[in-house]
Design a protein around this ligand. Structure first.
Ligand SMILES: Cc1ncc(COP(=O)(O)O)c(C=O)c1O
Length: 364
């Protein structure tokens, strides 16, 4: 039986199901029309039921960031997982070996040292782990520079316990882009850098079957570059305040909101909600910081957070009263999921379903 959202205790994370379904289907159509496989990054929701909706709309598999997330998704029957992260650490290769018994698995690498740690246990078991070499296309977080890719790939090709499936990149610097033109340019470069690196490796005799790009803002541009085979946007399922600020989507495309209660109005220009950093995280609005979440239907934003308090500056024309319930558009939806046990799936302001965030807190 569905119940009205008025019955929910706060703070609560709401997901508008109509918007969620539309976001999932639009991205699937976009990837299909570009002729690339869609492998959504499920770290955004950490929720197998939502990943099932993505697969149902045509996704070829899922991406995750952590081994422990992959274990949760494997337990619920997912058969094709790419851990888009350089997996290095105590016991990780053995856990990957166990996972690879159960599903089609690949992981990221960006160093020979890291690859050696994976290759040893796989070779000892008479197996090979598929890896994708991470290329730095300008974000300068992890990844090898394109000009160094061939030398490292040649090393990887010699290791007995791994198989180089392909290349991947993530243009995270797109979140600093000031204009839609800059977003498009970064996306185009992301695709071009990865596709040209793949060509160089193939010309040197290394087969590259996967050329994988994608962030939510850049994917639509990067996926159209010839040679790209796969895209991995994650945030698009929900979108958030940062995607609106970047021009990726409109406010109507944001599926996730936080239902909160105004617990105090200590001054005419200040209202305090029961949603602080333990509900929203401290992540800034991108590309330009501007508070910690817009209060929907108003001009006011949470301007500072402590753990359980979200303090809004009340803008001219807005007013709040103690006990009032508000909806907040978070700056960054992916981190919100990791802070909560469940999402409430709503339609027309009624709770239709609850999603358990099964991989919540799985960070190793
Ligand atoms: C390696 C990698 N791939 C894909 C994504 C998905 O990007 P987005 O969250 O912009 O959709 C991320 C996000 O952080 C990532 O780190």
């Amino acid at each position: 039986m569905s119940r009205p959202i008025e019955d929910l205790p706060t703070p609560a994370v709401l997901v508008d199901l109509d918007v969620l379904e539309r976001n999932i289907s639009r991205q699937a159509v976009r990837a299909k029309s570009a002729g690339v496989r869609l492998r959504p990054h499920a770290k955004t929701h950490k929720c197998p039921e939502i990943a099932r909706l993505q697969l149902g709309a045509g996704a070829a598999g899922i991406s995750l960031a952590k081994t422990s997330e992959a274990e949760v998704f494997a337990d619920t029957g997912f058969e094709d997982i790419f851990i888009a992260y350089p997996v290095v650490g105590l016991g990780k290769a053995e856990r990957l070996l166990a996972l690879s018994d159960r599903l089609r698995l690949a992981v990221g690498v960006d160093s020979v040292e890291g690859a050696l740690l994976l290759s040893g246990p796989f070779a000892a078991a008479g197996r090979r782990l598929d890896v994708l070499l991470k290329i730095d296309c300008g974000y300068h977080r992890v990844g090898v520079l394109p000009e160094n890719a061939l030398a490292i790939a040649e090393h990887l090709a010699e290791l007995p316990g791994i198989r180089l499936r392909g290349l991947f990149t993530h243009a995270g610097h797109v979140y600093q882009a000031e204009t839609p033109e800059d977003v498009a340019e970064i996306g185009k470069q992301e695709g071009e850098i990865l596709a040209s690196t793949a060509v160089a490796l193939e010309q040197a005799g290394l087969p590259i079957e996967e050329v994988s790009v994608g962030s939510t803002p850049s994917a639509r541009h990067a996926m159209r570059i010839a040679g790209v085979t796969e895209c991995r946007p994650g945030n698009y399922v929900f979108h958030d305040g940062s995607q609106v600020a970047l021009g990726t989507c409109g406010p109507e495309d944001c599926a996730m909101t936080i239902l909160a209660t105004v617990v105090s109005v200590p001054a005419s220009d200040r209202a305090v909600a029961d949603a602080g950093s333990k509900t929203l995280s401290q992540d800034s609005l991108r590309p330009r910081p501007n508070g910690h979440g817009l209060i929907l239907g108003t001009q006011s934003r949470l301007q500072s957070l402590s753990e359980e308090h979200g303090v809004a500056r009340v803008e001219d024309g807005d007013s709040f009263r103690v006990g009032e319930r508000i909806r907040i558009l978070p700056n960054h939806a992916c981190v919100v999921s990791n802070l909560h046990d469940r999402l409430y799936g709503i339609r027309a302001n009624r709770v239709e379903t609850e999603f358990r965030i099964a991989a919540r807190g799985r960070v190793e």
